[in-house]
Design a protein around this ligand. Sequence first.
Ligand code: TYD
Length: 197
Amino acid sequence: MFIVLEGPDASGKSTQLDLLEKALLARGVHVVATREPGGTEVGAELRRLLLQPGRGMQPLTELLLMVADRHEHVEEVIRPALRDGKWVLCSRYTLSSLAYQGAGRGLSGELVGRLNELATGGLQPDFTFLLDLPPAVALERTRERDRFEGEGLAFFTQVRASYLKLIRSVRHGYVVDGTRPPAEVCREILARLPVAG
Ligand code: TYD
């Protein structure tokens, strides 16, 4: 199983990654928890470049770095784990580029889609959970601002609208209310997955 968590900054993806990893391990599932950008050694360098506050960057450069990170991640982490029969829990994947670089930065969705396809070789998640959060709440929750978190309300409003549209286009895509307590969110996600009790 390849399971992806999506959502705006501060929607609780890291917390859910942690809770779900523990819950799955307790059920005897071999699971690898990972994230984009930065899930590999090369990716960690790309992440540093991408998130540095105050760094100017062309939108296309940003997209190319995100998909470079994704390609490395798919080939070095995700495919090998799936090949070993493990489950992969991943914070952010292709929808992040469509929502942020596409809707947020104004790059064409068609271009982002083609680069996603190139980077992933067509590997698609079995399940995608969108942790949805009103943009104002997301902004309020982020104190230390990286390059993306420094964007304003308009940017995050676009990102959210795009996410809500995109989630309907993927296999087993579900919207989860990210304002609810983490334990409840985790239970809701687990209930959708093919695991016992
Ligand atoms: P992340 O570490 O998931 O941040 P957070 O935990 O705060 O949600 O991601 C860092 C930033 O990278 C985040 O603001 C969204 C951005 N991002 C994109 O713009 N496009 C992408 O394809 C990915 C994977 C992330």
